[in-house]
Design a protein around this ligand. Structure first.
Ligand code: SAM
Ligand code: DTB
Ligand code: SF4
Length: 333
């Protein structure tokens, strides 16, 4: 198969001077998206902690003592309440995450029910539940699931240094099952795991050379969790991080790029640069899965400074619904 991005071509991109890179990234971004509009998702952990996997970055692995409050699969009324709140504060997509290696067959009917109910609220739906078989992916798709999040996290070579309880290939197999089901793929990774530049190159090559690149690409900056093996990792340099967003935009011009975990520790200027070079999606709401996200109040402040508008009313915005919506009201004040 002909690669969209060869090693040689990708390496060249990584070597470009910073200003050449950000100019190219923003030019491509503007050709494919409105640079003043941002997609907004809200996250909810529907099953927290006690995960059998050993991902070295994760507070939810049962292998590490992270002082996390474990919670079994949430009651559907609680999930719906959170989804309604997400809609009210301006999210267009509701993402539900579970600390599982994979969903059990006995959980499938419940998950399908939740998808149907959340969809009825008029929200796009996304789940991240671990590995999926082909059959499970089809069931979720048939229930109305729009996106499935399944990160490859880093390069194939570095992966086994971070996770030993599953293989990179099993991640790719699940991505294949999601694609074949007709759902949209949300797949990205984490910067700051201790990876080398070569790993970042290979990670972005892997995503961009999938049969079709993911529609949504979350780029997380490692949240260093006390008790996990990566708690003392070196802080990621802001310029290096901006560079990864810019390169992602150039390599995958039509995908949404989500500035995901780590915004809590980024100043406004770094976030603005990320948006400038192509990030056009965020998690909105004070919590990610188990850790703090940048507060809604701060997000609104940042949005106002940058004249950013949430995507959901892109086509339907009129005086009547404009006034009604919390987000727009807040942006107007
Ligand atoms: N258990 C499922 C799985 O691993 O696919 C779904 C939930 S898992 C928490 C979703 C993603 O969150 C991971 O793939 C990882 O990229 C991200 N993540 C987890 N802990 C993180 C951390 N400390 N910092 C940044 N991203 C993190
Ligand atoms: C993704 O790439 N980042 C989100 C979402 N997909 C599920 C999760 C970030 C988790 C950060 C650590 C936590 O809050 O537990
Ligand atoms: Fe489990 Fe997912 Fe955390 Fe890995 S990233 S430990 S699979 S919840």
């Amino acid at each position: 198969m002909k690669l969209r991005w060869t090693l040689e071509k990708t390496k060249k991109l990584f070597k470009k001077p910073f200003f050449d890179l950000i100019y190219e990234a923003q030019t491509i971004h503007r050709k494919n998206f409105n640079p003043n509009i941002i997609q907004i998702s809200t996250l909810l952990s529907i099953k927290t902690g006690l995960c059998p996997e050993d991902c070295k970055y994760c507070p939810q692995s049962s292998r590490y003592s992270t002082h996390l409050k474990n919670k079994p699969l949430l009651d559907k009324n609680k999930i719906l309440k959170a989804a309604k709140k997400a809609k009210k504060i301006g999210a267009s997509r509701f993402c539900m995450g579970a600390a599982w290696k994979n969903p059990k067959e006995r959980d499938m009917p419940y998950l399908e029910k939740i998808i149907k109910k959340v969809k009825k609220l008029g929200l796009e739906t996304c789940m991240t539940l671990g590995e999926l078989t082909e059959k499970q992916a089809k069931k979720l798709k048939n229930a109305g699931l729009d996106f499935y999040n399944h990160n490859i996290d880093t390069s194939k070579n570095f992966y086994s240094k971070i996770i030993s309880t599953r293989t990179y290939q099993s991640r790719l197999n699940t991505l294949n099952n999601i694609r074949n089901s007709g759902m949209k793929i949300c797949s990205g990774g984490i910067i700051g795991l201790g990876e080398k530049i070569q790993d970042r190159i290979e990670f972005l090559m892997e995503l961009s050379n999938l049969p079709k690149p993911p529609e949504s690409i979350p780029i997380n900056m490692l949240v260093k969790i006390p008790g996990t093996p990566l708690e003392k990792n070196k802080k990621v340099n802001a310029f290096d991080f901006i560079k990864i967003i810019a390169i992602s935009r150039i390599m995958m011009p039509k995908s949404y790029i989500r500035l995901s975990a780590g915004r809590e520790k980024m100043n406004f200027q770094t976030q603005a640069m990320c948006f400038m070079v192509g990030a056009n999606s965020i998690f909105y709401g004070c919590k990610l899965l188990t850790t703090k996200n940048q507060s809604e109040k701060k997000d609104i402040k940042l949005f106002k400074k940058l004249n950013l508008k949430p995507e959901k009313f892109k086509f339907k915005l009129n005086k009547k619904n404009y006034k009604k919506k919390f987000f727009y009201n807040a942006l107007e004040k």
